[in-house]
Design a protein around this ligand. Sequence first.
Ligand code: NAI
Length: 254
Amino acid sequence: MPGLHNRVALVTGGAQGIGAAVASRLAADGAKVGVLDLNAALAQRTADEIVAAGGSARAFGADVTRREEVSAVVDELVGEFGGLHILVNNAGVLRDNLLFKMSDDDWSTVMNVHLGGAFICSQLAQRHMVEQRYGRIISMSSTSALGNRGQSNYSAAKAGLQGLTKTLAIELGPYGVTANAIAPGFIETAMTSATAQRIGMTIDSLRESVAAALPVRRGGLPADIANAAAFLAGEEAGYVTGQVLYVDGGSELV
Ligand code: NAI
């Protein structure tokens, strides 16, 4: 029997990239999955692909920064699938700029989506998790949490997610809810294509230069993150909480 049978998951930013890979993997492992994304059409396509592969999924067009929209999604998901056991805070945007050029809007957009969105989604999800005495909250941090040129907003938000994760672990642990973060390194998605463009490289040359400097000598794929998320989402990971798992090909070692 698949490991996540009878579990219900909500993946934010689940329409594409890492979120879509995580949603598909959790569904393949037996979970019923809500795919939440600003891009409702793309979220629907991802949900359709999951269903075509034999899984259960439902798409939701919503903005993680809008409490009333997320609340409606959580209510519908719980109403339809009968609970909420796994939350993956994955929705994200980039507004990269050097500090001296960064606008207030670049700053607040990134803080609101990554950190504010994770706060809203976690708060709305934990009500059900605490009631069920079971839950798994997984948030996408980044190696950029350790600092990255041009990303003062993003690195602050991703470091903030690590602090949020540890506090959720402390507050929710007594109720059977774990909270962990995954910190991906370079993972090939639309987001890294945009980064390549910003720094004047092709995605192929960026991948090659990243890979050459990594102990594992390759760039990461969304499936690498989905594998880590599947572990943290499982019942067997119940003694793992408040952790930040770097899934980065060893980038912090070099
Ligand atoms: P992506 O850009 O391919 O996908 C992000 C998704 O989030 C999109 O579908 C977008 O529509 C959605 N989204 C954006 N704002 C939203 C909002 N307000 N409400 C709901 N949905 C929203 O990005 P990717 O690469 O798949 O990244 C996923 C997560 O992983 C992000 O949090 C990112 O910061 C993080 N990450 C990615 C890395 C990479 O190398 N690709 C490295 C480290 C972290």
